[in-house]
Design a protein around this ligand. Structure first.
Ligand SMILES: Nc1ncnc2c1ncn2[C@@H]1O[C@H](COP(=O)(O)OP(=O)(O)OP(=O)(O)O)[C@@H](O)[C@H]1O
Ligand SMILES: [Mg+2]
Length: 256
């Protein structure tokens, strides 16, 4: 690909003598929606931490737009599995929290209108003054998504952002994320171990192996959006193939 924004170039990483990655290479194109799919413990969250400069590679390199993560953190925003809102701040002040921490109170004041727009975009125009305890789980997660977008990141990193939600909310949130991505042109790297989620959302699925982790396959998904998995023979075939691959990963003897 000519316009790669995030590049993992032969990355190696070990924790306490255990190799997590020995030679992990993959990239994410500018504006691309990539789902990182892999078994539990293979290092999906770790790869987001490398991109976010919360951790450093031991060998090889991670670059973001040609820069090391330490010089690119302003391009990057996170959405975690749990929303991590500040309980003493209402929804709009939570949306502005990232702006305030990165750019100061002045800038946060200037972005009030933008924060309201973002809350409206995630369907919470009438909840701006509610505190987290007054919001449902799905609503809190939507505040967290608006907060990530409020800093105007080039890259949005999401670590299983819907896994704590009930199936209906999860479906709604997926289509919301998809339409936000289509409207804003951000680059999204979403970590999941939900095969269906990856198939419905991704431009490309990067499938990771067990440790020491490498890329098993990089699978473009070209079916037009919005996608419905059930009844679409191509997507169903892809799901079945990924399920078989996953099963073989789970039964692979770890300590041969
Ligand atoms: N700070 C740390 N110290 C020691 N080991 C760690 C540390 N962080 C992660 N690990 C180990 O690295 C491996 C990868 O962890 P990571 O959290 O990235 O997995 P994951 O793919 O996100 O898994 P899951 O799907 O369960 O969230 C795991 O074996 C984990 O135990
Ligand atoms: Mg994880």
């Amino acid at each position: 690909m000519t316009d790669d924004l995030i590049i993992f170039d032969h990355v190696g990483l070990a924790f306490g003598g255990e190799a997590i990655y020995e030679d992990l290479s993959f990239s994410v194109g500018r504006g691309e929606f990539v789902c990182l799919l892999g078994p539990s413990g293979c290092g999906k969250s770790t790869s987001l931490r490398l991109i976010g400069d919360l951790l450093a590679a031991h060998s090889g390199q991670v670059t973001i737009d040609g820069k090391p993560p330490s010089q690119a953190w302003q391009d990057v925003a996170f959405v975690f599995q749990s929303p991590r809102l500040a309980p003493w701040r209402n929804a709009i002040d939570n949306v502005l929290l990232g702006v305030e921490l990165r750019m100061g109170k002045e800038e946060a004041r200037r972005r009030q209108a933008r924060a309201s727009e973002l809350l409206a975009m995630v369907g919470l125009a009438n909840s701006a003054h509610k505190y987290p305890s007054m919001l449902s789980g799905g609503e809190r997660q939507r505040v967290a998504i608006a907060r990530a977008l409020a800093v105007d990141p080039t890259i949005v990193l999401m670590d299983e952002p819907f896994s704590a939600l009930d199936p209906n909310t999860r479906r709604r949130m997926r289509s919301e994320i998809e339409s936000i991505w289509q409207r804003t042109g951000r680059t999204v790297l979403l970590v999941t171990h939900d095969i269906e989620e990856a198939i419905v959302l991704a431009d490309r699925i990067v499938l990771l192996s067990n440790k020491p982790t490498r890329v098993l396959e990089s699978i473009p998904v070209t079916v037009p959006r919005p996608r419905r998995l059930v009844g679409d023979p191509d997507l169903e075939a892809l799901r079945d193939r990924l399920q078989r691959l996953f099963q073989s990963l789970e039964t692979e003897p770890e300590d041969l």
